[in-house]
Design a protein around this ligand. Structure first.
Ligand code: KG4
Ligand code: ZN
Length: 362
């Protein structure tokens, strides 16, 4: 199979990223991957401000692309196609990336490939570990939470996912309620390691319901109530804070593990030759969650892959790689490529989610 070299651009949330990936589907390497975060720009607002993010992407993307090319030791003459996140995400940021990619493609006479951000995450185990189709994928981040059966670069079946908050969002909200630093995941995990997970019991939403759907928004209400019941003169004891974190984290682990067990059963019913499950997203950094997923996969005789964290969180390499798979399959986009705020990977499952008025985010 022919070897392709793709430039990939990512700007759907608060990371401006570009990367160069070279290879064939299932066998590719990352030549460079530059990620410029925007945490400092949004810190004082307590969350990502879409307009600020979009402006920063527009100002920085060409510089980040230049660095990615330099670090790969290439100029545009060494690139076969330009891949770009065309959604889902914050529309201003996605537009910044798409406009920049169109400019590069038009200027250098290169093909343009639009990539679904979630496909980028979902195909990462093929980039890092050459995992063969079909495999099961659990995406868990600040914005996503879903089980995907991945059969091909454009063939995804959504087995279930959150009906409200993503787990990363729940970690971030928990940190806010307990006056711990953002992002909440690492700080809640650190606190939890000093706590007793059995002392304070939190709900495991939807665990009694069939299927792979999850819910995490009720957890923050439960946490708020328990926190207030423990407050003494408006103060929370250090041990209580740790126990709250441990109890909360255990509830998330239990839900993810049990739902993974069910998703694995559905996947195994298809009779994959070498069964594999992979995880991606910032929450995959959590050691308790990782350990729980590893245990349940081993119990069910399924291999477990967790890509290195830098490729689990938002980056340009996953976009370049997903673009490479599409490009190798003959896909091409043109100057009519549109930025899409919402773009479910599995169109058939999209209607089932019910979610917000505008339909599912992802
Ligand atoms: O994938 P990511 O970098 O960005 C997107 O949401 O797309 O994920 C960020 C999320 C944040 O909500 C953060 O709190 C969470 O991942 N996170 C963690 C941990 N590290 C990061 N959650 C739990 N435990 C962690 N160790
Ligand atoms: Zn993402």
């Amino acid at each position: 199979m022919r070897i392709h070299t793709l430039l990939g651009l990512e700007s759907s949330c608060d990371d401006t990223a570009a990367a160069v990936v070279r290879g064939t589907p299932g066998r590719a390497e990352v030549l460079s991957s530059v990620v410029e975060g925007q945490t400092g720009l949004h810190a004082q607002f307590g969350g990502v401000v879409p307009e600020i993010a979009a402006r920063a992407h527009a100002e920085r993307m060409d510089i980040v692309v230049r660095r990615a090319l330099d670090e790969a030791g290439l100029d545009l003459g060494g690139i076969d196609a330009v891949a770009v996140t065309a959604g889902p995400g914050l529309i201003g940021g996605v537009m910044s990336g798409v406009m920049c990619a169109k400019g590069i493609a038009a200027g250098a006479g290169l093909p343009l490939i639009g990539v679904n951000h979630l496909a980028g995450h979902a195909l990462t185990p093929r980039l890092t570990d050459g995992v063969a189709y079909p495999y099961l994928m659990l995406l868990v981040s600040g914005g996503h939470c879903q089980f995907l059966l991945v059969r091909g670069p454009e063939d995804f079946t959504r087995l279930g996912g959150t009906i409200d908050d993503a787990p990363g969002e729940a970690f971030d909200k928990t940190a806010r309620l307990l006056a711990l630093p953002q992002p909440g995941g690492p700080s809640v995990e650190a606190e939890a390691s000093r706590g007793d997970a059995a002392r304070l019991r939190f709900p495991r939403p939807l665990l009694d319901r069939e299927g792979c759907d999850m819910s995490f928004s009720g957890l923050k209400t439960a946490l708020l109530r328990t926190r207030d019941s423990l407050m003494d003169n408006g103060q929370l004891r250090a041990q209580d804070r740790s126990d709250l974190c441990a109890g909360f984290q255990q509830a998330v682990v239990d839900v993810l593990v049990e739902k993974t067990r069910r998703a694995l059963a559905l996947y195994l019913a298809e009779g994959p030759e070498v069964p594999m499950v992979a995880v991606a997203g910032g929450v995959a950094a959590n050691k308790a969650i990782r350990a729980g997923l590893e245990t349940v996969s081993a119990e069910m005789g399924v291999g477990f892959v967790a890509p290195p964290l830098a490729l689990c969180t938002d980056n340009g390499a996953m976009i370049a790689y997903a673009g490479l798979e599409r490009f190798a399959g003959g896909a091409r986009d043109d100057m009519t490529l549109a930025a899409r705020p919402r773009w479910p990977l599995d169109r058939a499952a999209a209607g089932m989610l019910g979610g917000g008025k505008k339909g599912p985010k992802a």
